[in-house]
Design a protein around this ligand. Structure first.
Ligand code: APR
Length: 233
């Protein structure tokens, strides 16, 4: 089976009802990053940050995977698939994808503020403001804030470097280091991009095929193309 790497962003979950970040009605049009998605914000106004991620979690639990998530999960029948996602929702997993690497954290986890390796699952949507980890420290969302390191990037880059096909869905390719993953694929490896908008593809040096459609329509269409082109070859 060919190794297929699928790199996704917020647009992947838009058709499930979750807001993206940089579209006109996106999260960053309604919240300031420095108020809800930086270590300084957590230190300065913990309640606002916890409430922001509680709301994201509540919305996630109300949503279902869309046809794009399901098509990616079904590709595991014909390809050796790894999903590298910038998304913090669990829709890829709920759709059935079995190898998902979250570059920017996961809404369904919290972590100690004293030990980043002490990570705990959260049931339901609400993190109580004063919830503490077993080490006694206050818990925080297991989310990579702006200005923080991206611990999973090295692993993701190794996976991208092994890809024989890369699919990119629903990311503006505006945030680094995640966006640089398109440059870790070996020369000649074909890249297929599904997005109704205009992501920043200037960093892509490989053969590029663009499907200018929403994920729920474009990804199932692309899955058919990939099977016809590469499966069992
Ligand atoms: N289907 C597919 N793509 C879509 C859809 C859709 N229905 N709707 C919008 N898009 C596309 C947009 O055209 C855009 O290219 O999804 C992309 C969303 O871009 P962003 O909002 O910037 O989201 P993303 O690229 O995931 O942001 C990266 O930035 O704020 C940080 O940590 C956050 O992981 C996030 C990172």
């Amino acid at each position: 089976m060919k190794r297929l790497v699928v790199f996704t962003g917020a647009g992947m979950s838009a058709d499930s009802g979750l807001a993206t970040f940089r579209d006109a009605d996106g999260l960053w049009a309604n919240y300031r990053i420095e108020d809800v998605c930086t270590p300084e914000a957590l230190a300065r106004n913990r309640a606002l940050v916890i409430r922001f991620y509680n709301e994201r979690r509540r919305e996630m639990l109300r949503c279902e995977p869309n046809a794009g998530h399901r098509a990616i999960a079904a590709l595991e029948r014909d390809f050796d698939v790894d999903v590298l996602t910038q998304n913090v929702d669990d829709l890829h997993e709920r759709a059935g994808s079995t190898r998902v690497t979250h570059l920017h954290g996961e809404l369904r986890k919290l972590r100690s503020t004293a030990n980043p390796d002490l990570i705990v699952p959260i049931e339901g949507w609400e993190q109580p403001l004063d919830a503490r980890a077993s080490d006694g420290s206050l818990l925080r969302p297991h989310i990579v804030f702006f200005g923080e390191s991206v611990p999973m990037f090295e692993r993701a880059a190794e996976i991208a470097a092994r890809a024989e096909i890369m699919v990119v869905v629903g990311t503006s390719l505006a945030v680094y280091p995640a966006a640089s993953l398109v440059r870790y694929v070996r020369p000649g490896v074909p890249i297929y991009l599904v997005d109704p908008g205009n992501p920043d593809t200037c960093g892509i040096r490989n053969p590029l095929t663009v499907i200018r459609k929403r994920a729920s329509e474009g990804v199932p269409e692309l899955a058919g193309l990939l099977r016809r082109t590469f499966a069992d070859k």
